[in-house]
Design a binder for this molecule. Structure first.
Ligand SMILES: [Zn+2]
Length: 204
């Protein structure tokens, strides 16, 4: 799968639907496509519209970075949507970014909430956004682990990234945020868990 940076080759429409046309295959991708039962597209959590768009070459994506929000945990769709909205508001109104920074947000309800999605450069780890996709597990995981529903959803998400070619299935690397930034994210306990996961710190 090859994506090219062609400013006039993609369009932006309202209601959080972004259409991407890749060259030379001229395939069209629709943001918000429900690819799993536990996937919650932006329209379902009533995301604010992004203030702009950014794009990048996905075929040089070298991996994935895992985060925690360091905020509240959530265990059902009502509370998780509140959290996702809180993060988006903070990133847009507090940080002045054009959208929620993460590509995906995961709740302990086992759902994967669409942030910027697969196709768009995230704002989740300075210096690494053009090379990695970023997900966060909502909550603070310094001494506690997220439940298995959240952990399984994160693994499911990375399998999907791999399957669709957003990370190179032949070799990609998984990092915790602290590997690439001056931060304690994703929390000591969750970082210990990440060390056991597929492709953690893999050299490619
Ligand atoms: Zn982080």
């Amino acid at each position: 799968m090859i994506f090219q940076r062609q400013k006039d080759a993609f369009g932006f429409s309202l209601r959080s639907e972004l259409f991407f046309i890749s060259e030379p295959e001229a395939q069209t991708y629709v943001k918000g496509q429900i690819w799993a039962e536990n996937f919650v597209p932006r329209a379902h959590w009533e995301a604010r519209l992004p203030l702009g768009i950014d794009n990048y070459f996905h075929y040089d994506g070298i991996g994935v970075i895992g985060h925690h929000t360091h905020w509240d945990r959530c265990f059902d769709i009502v509370d998780c949507i509140k959290e996702v909205k809180k993060v988006q508001d903070y990133h847009m109104d507090g940080n002045g970014w054009w959208d929620v920074g993460y590509n995906f947000l995961i709740g302990e309800d086992g759902r994967i909430y669409e942030g910027r999605g697969f196709h768009i450069q995230g704002a989740h780890c300075s210096g690494w956004n053009t090379q990695t996709l970023g997900f966060t597990i909502m909550g603070s995981f310094i001494s506690d682990l997220p439940n298995s529903r959240a952990l399984n959803a994160a693994k499911q998400l990375m399998r999907e990234m791999e399957k669709r070619g957003f990370i190179d299935e032949r070799c990609w690397s998984f990092f915790g945020h602290r590997d690439k930034g001056n931060t304690t994210c994703p929390g000591d306990r969750l970082f210990e868990e990440f060390k056991e996961w597929k492709n953690f710190h893999r050299e490619c």
